[in-house]
Design a protein around this ligand. Structure first.
Ligand code: AMP
Ligand code: MG
Length: 541
């Protein structure tokens, strides 16, 4: 008989979750809260509090991202693997984990809110795989010293939204935190979803989210606001050493270069939000990642009809501070608050100003390039190019137009000099939210624009195939439209998680045609126009 080891498969670095060895550089390097009690309270002179997840009744793995597993060196788990569900719900703490909740503050809706912190997120530890450090954090794992009056839990609907959107954004090419798993807790969580005095029990869930670090602008703001300058310096040094090592040893000029880098990354992130039509919904400074990643998926939404004033967040319906079109200037405002917090480290105001200028310049330059790419033009820098852009944006006001479909279909508009009006506009008709046909005056306005546009494309003489491919790399076919996530939520609440799987799968290739999934690329159906969860979302999660 052959010796069994001759046939053994090569062993992966980590075979399963429970063999993972966690590092703890954050807790090793930075000061802990000395009070061991898990009670809501102001915490002083610390970057985090040690706290264990509160066990849940019946954890069950509902979804898993294979690619994130691979980043950590993990094989995909057997869906029935209770060990995995136990660990990813916080019921089982592995020997190398030292779980903690981190301490931060933030400006919420333009006002300083003081201490916020991880009220329901608990970090299990860091996994280092292939020279990359990944923090694993359970969202909805129970109360912490930062929970204030809340329960530390998360509902299934908001957890499905975070799980799917983190992954969808990654594959769209938008910098983001990732999601490894979605676990149902078997417990209910009471939420007043519409804030109308009607609380209801809802199924609870926990997402295990993954990023190099979850440090936010608000971490620095809180330390600066309380004069904890030693902690501020230590945290900055930690973040630079572990996450920006290319900047070298901490010094005033290194801090200045670091701030400029944060500004640059934030600009790129927001430019990509604008490209794909993502509206974060709660751009408070506690929801801004120091790495320039999209973080904290709450009442976010996807722009369907192009509307600069749209926000999915009902809490913001009146002032629309965080609506689609405001996102670039809000990111700037948030960076200005970060600049204030970093002043003890970067006393040269000019250096901070220079960082903020990097934001402005990077955003402008990236966004203009994106707009030209979306339109399939070489440049928009001249008067005619700018007019084409402003005119099409006006047309979006005139005819309600689906942003995603419009730009995707624009690649199909025939670039020929002799062509009928009908054939010219035909690829775009589907992008309009109209009942039947366009009004004649609107049709004329569109024809006028399309003729100028096709003329311009013709003059630019870009290879048609190249132009089409480049447009299709910039303009996704599939985005996580609001009603799609809602459909996945409703099916899952009834026990069917197949749509989560399917959406996760389709969103892995958002720029590919995938004809078998055409239905998921359609514009918003009328039933979803005003439906809560589709067009409006509250912060209740
Ligand atoms: P968010 O608006 O989700 O970014 O949350 C703002 C703050 O509220 C953060 O400090 C969260 O940790 C905290 N928070 C939100 N929901 C809960 C909850 N259910 N339990 C405890 N803290 C929460
Ligand atoms: Mg948050």
């Amino acid at each position: 008989m052959p010796h069994p080891t001759h046939h053994a498969k090569p062993k992966a670095l980590h075979s399963g979750l429970n063999n993972l060895v966690f590092d703890d550089s954050f807790v090793r390097t930075l000061p802990a809260d000395e009070n061991p009690h898990n009670m809501p309270r102001p915490v002083r002179d610390a970057c985090y509090s040690f706290v264990s997840p509160t066990p849940v009744s019946a954890p069950k793995l509902l979804a898993w991202s294979d690619e994130v597993g691979q980043l950590l060196g993990l094989h995909s788990p057997d869906a029935a693997c209770t060990l995995t569900a136990n660990t990813l719900s916080g019921n089982q703490i592995l020997p190398s984990m030292r779980p903690y909740a981190s301490r931060y503050g933030g400006h919420q809706f333009g006002h300083w809110a003081g201490q916020l912190g991880d009220g329901r997120a608990i970090t299990l530890g860091e996994v280092v795989h292939q020279h990359q450090r990944w923090e694993l954090q359970l969202k909805g794992a129970g109360t912490t010293p930062y929970s204030r009056h809340a329960d530390g839990r998360a509902v299934l609907r908001s957890s499905i939204r975070e799980f799917l959107c983190s992954e969808a954004m990654h594959y769209l090419g938008v910098p983001t935190t990732r999601a490894l798993s979605l676990v149902a807790t078997g417990d209910t969580v009471v939420r007043d979803m519409f804030y109308d005095g009607n609380p209801n029990p809802e199924p609870g869930a926990i997402v295990c989210r993954v990023a190099p670090t979850f440090v936010r602008f608000g971490h620095f703001e809180l330390l600066a606001s309380l004069g904890e300058i030693d902690n501020l310096t230590r945290l900055a040094n930690y973040v630079i050493q572990h996450h920006f090592p290319e900047l070298g040893a901490p010094s005033p000029s290194c801090y200045a270069a670091w701030f400029a880098e944060i500004c640059q990354r934030t600009a790129i992130m927001v430019a990509h939000w604008m490209r794909v039509g993502f509206v974060h919904g709660v751009m408070n400074t506690d929801n801004m990642s120091i790495l320039g990643l999209t973080i904290d998926y709450g009442p976010y939404g996807w722009l369907e009809n192009y509307d600069l004033h749209w926000t999915p967040n009902t809490t913001d319906a009146q002032h629309r501070r965080y609506c689609y079109g405001n996102q670039p200037q809000i990111a700037f405002w948030n960076l200005s608050r970060l600049a204030e917090a970093l002043q003890p480290l970067i006393q040269d105001r000019n250096a901070l100003e220079a960082g903020l200028n990097v934001y402005q310049e990077t955003f402008e330059c990236t966004y203009w390039e994106i707009l030209a790419d979306k339109l399939g033009l070489k440049t928009l820098d001249d008067e005619e190019g700018q007019k084409l852009l402003t005119d099409v944006l006006h047309l979006f006001q005139r005819t309600e137009t689906d942003m995603t479909l419009f730009f995707r279909r624009l690649a199909d508009v025939p670039i020929q000099t002799t062509i009928s009006d009908e054939a010219l506009i035909a690829p775009l008709i589907d992008a309009f939210y109209i009942d039947g046909t366009l009004k004649q005056s609107d049709q004329q306005a569109w024809m006028e624009w399309l003729k100028r546009y096709t003329q311009r494309v013709y003059q630019e003489a870009i290879d048609p195939l190249e132009r089409r491919q480049s447009m299709q790399r910039t303009n996704p076919k599939y985005v996580l439209r609001n009603h799609l996530a809602q459909r996945a939520i409703e099916a899952s609440e009834g026990g069917d998680t197949s749509l989560i799987e399917r959406l996760l799968d389709v969103m892995r290739r958002p720029y590919d045609e995938q004809p078998e999934h055409e239905e998921l690329a359609r514009k918003r159906p009328e039933w979803a126009r005003y439906k809560p969860g589709c067009s409006t979302l509250s912060c209740s999660s």
